[in-house]
Structures are given as C-alpha cells and as structure tokens.
Design a protein around this ligand. Structure first.
Ligand code: PMM
Length: 272
C-alpha cells in the first residue's frame, strides 16, 4: 500500500556503531546484509560509514568513501533502493553517483557547509535531522525548556536555510533526531506529540531503533540488541501517528508493525 509508513533498514559499514558496529564492516558482508534487509522488507537501505554513537570521533573522508561507495554501488546494481547516511557533501555526491537516491544527514546540512548546495545540485531527497553538535559533545546539548517546540523551531530554521541554498522544499524530510542531544526523557514528547512535527508539512522519519531511551523504560535492558521489541512497539505507534518512515535494524519486525498499524487505521476510518 502506497500510504504505508516506509521501512528504512540500517546498514552501518563501521567498526564502532553502537548496536551493529563491527558486524558489517567487511564490504562483502555489508552487501549481503543490505540484500537481506531488502528481502526482509526494507523499502530503503541506509548505508553509513561513520558512527554517530554518543562520544564517537569523526572518520576521514577517504575512510568513509572506502566503506560506503562499494556497498552502495553493489546494492544499486542488485536493484536495492539505497540512501547514504553521511554528514559530508563529497560522500553524498559520490554515493548518489553510485546509485543512492536519498541523502540522510544527521546534521541536517550543518556539519558541512557544502552539503545544502550539493543536495540542491543532485536533486535528491534529503533527510534533515535535528542536531546540535557532533557526537563527542551531543549529550551536553540536552537542554530544553520545551523539547517539542524547540526541536520544531530549530528544524524549521534548518528548512529555511536549505531552501535558501536551493534545496526543493518538497524534497526535505524531517527527523527529530531521537537520542541526538536528547537523553532519555527528552525523546518521549517528540514521539508522543509527533503532530507538532508532521504539521510543518514535510514527511517525517523516526530513528528510535535500539536507542538508550528505550532501554530506560524496559525492565530487562541488556544493551542495544535487547531493545528490538520496544523498537517495534514504537514503529507501530509512529506509523499510526503519521510517520513517513522508520529507520530500524530489524526490517521484518518493522514491516509487520507497519502492517498492523495500517490495518488498525483502516478499521478506524471504515464505516461502523
Ligand atoms: N540515528 C543514527 C544514525 N543515523 N539517521 C537519521 N535520519 N535518524 C536517526 O535517528 C539516526 C540516523 C544512530 O546510529 P545507528 O545507525 O547505529 O542507529
């Protein structure tokens, strides 16, 4: 169904991502994983070569290219729809030239002054996430009087900057950046009051998968991989709340949750 929430499968080609770091850092393993994610139901496979876990240091552009571009090239050749998870304009351009159809920038274009113009020139979809600083410092930026209105206004300002740089407004997808400059409690209002973000008129993507704030409400948290069921619960709720897509590690579970949400909503709007 066209109007269902999309599933973006996470493929981190990194040695150090918080959940799957080191599992797919070999090119062939990463390509196999990307194909498997698509087979499990991922509508888009998001390929990243730089970890953004709290405290992470940057990697060089050459390192990032070397991790991401062969994987995007191979997946595109296999017919898998890919996005590239990068804060670098040069990586974004190389990935789109290799077949990626979307750029996912956790900094929303703030980390690289060339990103907005590059995306405008490439004419691809752009995911602009709410961001207040690089991973090594982001937890220190978790200061909000009202997290929902502040994230909304900061995203709105980011959209204005992107549009001023030539990015088409309808190509901009917004993301509240769960876990980025948001520790535990700051995340829940963004999810529970999603209408304040969807009302900006852009598609909204959510990336809750396996994040710390989920573990904080579970009574058996044993690290990222123990949070998949909690992630799936968020997917169902987010889909009902109007999220355009969810970014997840477990694509099959997300696909099921989206199907449930879709049936639920259909039944709500059908005649009694
Ligand atoms: N989270 C991570 C990485 N990239 N991109 C978007 N758009 N939204 C997110 O919430 C997001 C992201 C965190 O790291 P992971 O790849 O290990 O989940």
């Amino acid at each position: 169904m066209v109007d269902q929430c999309l599933v973006m499968g996470i493929l981190n080609v990194t040695p150090d991502s918080f959940s799957d770091g080191g599992r797919w850092d070999d090119t062939d393993a990463a390509i196999r994983r990307g194909i498997a994610l698509a087979a499990e139901g991922a509508d888009i496979v998001d390929v990243g070569g730089e970890s953004t876990r709290p405290g992470a240091e940057r990697v060089s552009a050459a390192e990032e290219h070397g991790r991401v571009i062969p994987v995007v090239t191979a997946l595109a050749r296999e017919g898998v729809t890919t996005s590239v998870d990068t804060m670098r304009a040069s990586t974004a351009r190389a990935a789109v030239e290799a077949g990626a159809v979307m750029v996912n920038d956790v900094s929303g274009g703030q980390a690289d002054p060339d990103m907005a113009a590059t995306v405008a020139d490439l004419g691809v979809e752009f995911i602009a996430m709410h961001w207040r600083g690089h991973s090594r410092e982001m937890d220190a930026h978790d200061h909000y009087d009202n997290v929902v209105t502040e994230v909304r206004e900061e995203l709105r300002a980011q959209v204005d900057a992107l549009v001023a740089a030539g990015v088409a407004a309808e190509r901009i997808i917004l993301d509240p950046g769960l876990g980025f400059a948001k520790v535990h409690e700051s995340n829940w209002p963004l999810l529970a009051q999603l209408e304040h973000l969807t009302s900006l008129g852009h598609r909204v993507l959510l990336g809750a998968s396996r994040k710390r704030f989920l573990g904080a409400v579970m009574d058996h948290d044993a690290g990222p991989e123990s949070r998949d069921h909690a992630t799936t619960a968020v997917t169902a709720l987010a889909a009902v709340a109007g999220a355009w897509a969810v970014r997840v590690h477990d694509a099959r579970a997300a696909k099921d949750a989206v199907a449930v949400a879709s049936a639920w909503q259909h039944a709500r709007t059908s005649a009694p």
